[in-house]
Design a protein around this ligand. Structure first.
Ligand SMILES: Nc1ncnc2c1ncn2[C@@H]1O[C@H](COP(=O)(O)OP(=O)(O)O)[C@@H](O)[C@H]1O
Ligand SMILES: CC(C)(COP(=O)(O)O)[C@@H](O)C(=O)NCCC(=O)O
Length: 449
């Protein structure tokens, strides 16, 4: 595999091995490292801005038309004044991305009682819960929508998003925030853990559990987010500068379908979605986020996902991957394979030969190679399913993505390269919460008590 590698923009010599940072004179190396660090910090800042503001270019996903940078929340219907919130704890505007529920009979009830949902997957516990917000929102946190709008209807119902890696912490958190819960109340649940941990959850929280099928939850979730949150989905353009790397891709509710959803959690589920109620899981793969974490923890000293990802962002995969130029001495022009394409992931790490036996490889380089290997593979698979079902938009969900530049660049490159620009790779702000969001909304789950 590894046909769709994305490599760093440093130029490689056509008939030699690629330049290596370690061979660069120390002074220049220092400058290069500093520059890379600064670039990474800017990237983080851009990602935060992306999630909390609406100052990015908007290109309509269906028509391709570019719209002015209007505010996201303006597109939401106005809410009616708050009903009694006596039972509810109120809170300040969260610092993380949230969704303000639109006014409709369905959501009105969340003003009066708490609604809590959890998606317990193979790795992470994702919680979505409602809260009432008592203060007006600062302009920035409102995705740019005007102060007037914020004052108008006073209290708002927010949907909050939080993830846990630990069951005890998750339970304790809910005990703290879900203060108005009483016996007979329901916690909405999805994911494998909604079976595995049902008894603990019910016993500890003293509530009943209502289960929604994982795939149904994903579709409900993505449908709600795409149709409610104007700036939910975006594209990633690695070669652009600054904010232009990201473009929002709003889409009219009646044009959302059909699309392909590739959910990258511990493993991968691929769904062809024709409508909120008509969908099919057309494929899957075991080479997902769990693989990146598992192999990453075997092969590097990283202590957690964030460290591993950060390592990958510093690494140079060309030290561990065999490129086309390592085999051909340059490009393989007859097949259109560029010299810097990955020919074999981690192929430079084999210790079966005398010449390579004693070679040491940097963990950063291994982490980068691993991330590229997993993302390339997913990108190509997504493209193949997209083509098979003639779908023009592929939404990527799941906590693996983490809006990471390398991951998004690799996925987008693969889709764009193989489909010759016919299929678009799209990302979601609430990528990791599709399942939890869907079960939050589902009224017809199965009660377990
Ligand atoms: N803080 C984190 N801790 C663990 N895994 C993380 C973290 N952030 C991102 N991930 C990635 O997200 C994957 C889990 O994604 P998720 O969508 O929550 O799947 P699941 O439902 O299987 O838990 C992990 O396998 C890992 O690759
Ligand atoms: C079993 C799962 C649906 C569980 O979801 P997850 O916890 O990974 O989000 C998923 O891991 C998966 O689809 N795995 C791939 C299985 C396959 O080879 O089709």
């Amino acid at each position: 595999m590894g046909h769709t590698s994305v490599t760093s923009s440093r130029r490689i010599s056509p008939r030699g091995s690629p330049p290596n940072l370690r061979r660069t004179p120390p002074k220049i190396r220092k400058v290069l490292v500093l520059r890379e660090k600064r670039a990474a910090a800017t990237e983080d800042q851009i990602m935060d801005d992306l999630l909390l503001s609406s100052k990015l270019k908007r290109v309509d996903s269906a028509t391709g038309s570019v719209s002015p940078r209007v505010c996201a929340a303006d597109a939401l219907p106005t809410t009616t004044p708050a009903a009694s919130t006596a039972l509810r704890q109120t809170q300040k505007a969260p610092k993380t991305p949230y969704v303000i529920l639109p006014a409709s009979d369905t959501f009105e009830k969340f003003r009066k009682t708490s609604r809590v949902s959890v998606d317990i997957g193979g790795t992470l516990i994702k919680v979505v819960y409602s809260s009432v917000m008592d203060e007006e929102l600062p302009e920035e946190s409102l995705n740019g929508h005007t102060r007037k709008y914020a004052y108008e209807d006073g209290k708002r119902v927010l949907v909050n998003f939080k993830k846990f890696t630990d069951m005890d912490r998750f339970i304790n958190f809910l005990k703290e925030v879900w203060t108005d819960r009483k016996r007979g109340d329901v916690i909405h649940c999805t994911g494998g853990g909604s079976y595995k941990y049902s008894e603990i959850i019910m016993k500890e929280l003293g509530v009943r559990l209502q289960r929604t099928d994982e795939m149904r939850s994903l579709i409900f979730g993505v449908n709600f987010l795409l149709s409610t949150n104007v700036d939910e989905s975006f594209t990633y353009h690695h070669d652009a500068i600054g904010r232009n790397k990201f473009q929002y891709r709003p889409i009219a509710a009646d044009l959302i379908y059909p699309f392909l959803l590739v959910n990258i959690g511990t493993g991968i589920s691929i769904l062809k979605v024709d409508s909120p109620t008509s969908y099919e899981r057309v494929g899957g793969s075991s080479m997902g986020g769990g693989t990146f974490m598992g192999l990453g923890s075997l092969l590097t000293p990283a202590q957690n996902f964030d460290e591993l990802l950060e390592m990958a962002n510093r690494g140079d995969h060309r030290n561990v991957d065999k490129l086309v130029c390592d085999i051909y001495g340059g490009a393989y022009d007859e097949l259109g394979l560029k010299a810097d394409l990955i020919a074999g992931s981690m192929a430079k790490c084999n210790r079966f030969e005398e010449t390579t036996k004693k070679q040491q490889h940097k963990p950063e380089d291994i982490a980068k190679s691993l991330l590229l290997m997993v993302s390339n593979n997913i990108g190509q698979m997504a493209y193949l399913y997209g083509t098979r079902y003639n779908l023009k938009r592929i939404y990527f969900g799941g906590y693996f993505i983490r809006q990471d530049p390398i991951t998004m660049r690799t996925l987008s490159f693969a889709i764009n390269y193989w489909s010759k620009g016919e299929i678009e790779a799209l990302y979601l702000k609430h990528e990791g919460y599709l399942g939890a969001m869907g079960s939050f909304l589902d009224e017809d789950g199965k009660l377990d008590d």
